[in-house]
Design a protein around this ligand. Structure first.
Ligand code: ADP
Length: 261
């Protein structure tokens, strides 16, 4: 791509931020933003001494404002940096705060790149232990540019068990490996739906495709998340599931069940 041919830009840390974790997916609509939001909340809930931020660089379809129940324009600090908006103890920044919710994001090329540059460099995060970055879906210039501009501690890749999603997730993993970003593992989302009435389980998108991919790529499965009404409602009402129902045992298999694929 163009960015590659211009040579590798120098990586510069985001000021005040210790660790950056990107959440990526090959395809859209597989639950990448849902995972990013709940990962941020889980990191904060796990250890209350940790400061956590959430950065939405999904410039074409920012979901963080809605999922975190936030809107408004960021204030500027004295040094002219944008101040993140805060909810549930998480500092959030999103393209969605900078443009009207209903405005079509029809920018291309340079416009998107300058938006990314703003989101990466012109935010006053204060001190953060973790910054969770919600990437756009796919493996285009934005993903590459983010990966090359800032040091990333690791990438979490989200996929449904469906072949078409897995193929794209595979490409995503390869891209991160090429730019030397460690892939922390895969999250398999929407793997099973349990009928609330008869308790019958249906594997709508297939049963364990992400596990197979994890084996192929020698990666961990970080979580296996069922397709569940509560998760969708929690996202839509801006009360993420990790915040609103942290101990729900309906969410079987467990949300963060670790293990080899
Ligand atoms: P992406 O970021 O990959 O485009 P989202 O996180 O925005 O995907 O999820 C797409 C839609 O699916 C959202 O409406 C979200 O609430 C819903 N969703 C995601 N994961 C689940 C799940 N495990 N169960 C139910 N709904 C889900």
């Amino acid at each position: 791509s163009q960015i590659m041919s211009r040579g590798l830009p120098k990586q510069k840390p985001i000021e005040g931020v210790k660790q950056v974790i990107v959440v990526a997916s090959g395809k859209g609509g597989v639950g990448k933003s849902t995972t990013a939001v709940n990962l941020a909340l889980a990191l904060a809930a796990n250890d209350s001494s940790k400061a956590v931020g959430l950065l939405d660089v999904d410039v074409y379809g920012p979901s963080i404002p809605k999922m975190m129940n936030l809107k408004g324009n960021p204030e500027l600090s004295q040094s002219n940096l944008m101040r993140p908006l805060l909810n549930y103890g998480i500092a959030c920044m999103s393209m969605g705060f900078l443009v009207e919710e209903t405005a079509p994001l029809v920018w291309r090329g340079l416009m998107v790149m300058s938006a990314i540059e703003k989101l990466l460099r012109q935010v006053d995060w204060g001190q953060l232990d973790y910054l969770v970055v919600d990437m756009p879906p796919g493996t285009g210039d934005v993903q590459l540019s983010v990966s090359q501009n800032i040091p990333i501690s690791g990438a979490v890749i989200v996929s449904t068990p469906q072949d078409i999603a897995l193929m794209d997730a595979h490409k995503g993993a390869e891209m991160f490996r090429k730019v030397h970003v460690p892939v922390l593992g895969l999250v398999q989302n929407m793997s099973v739906f349990q009928c609330p009435k008869c308790k019958h389980k249906t594997h709508i998108f297939g049963a364990d495709g992400a596990r197979r991919l994890a084996r192929t790529l020698d990666l961990d499965i970080l979580g296996d998340i069922p397709l569940h009404l509560n998760i969708r409602e929690a996202s839509d009402t801006g009360q993420p599931i990790v915040f609103s129902q942290p101990e729900s045992d309906e969410m079987t298999p467990p949300l963060w069940q670790k293990g080899r694929g």
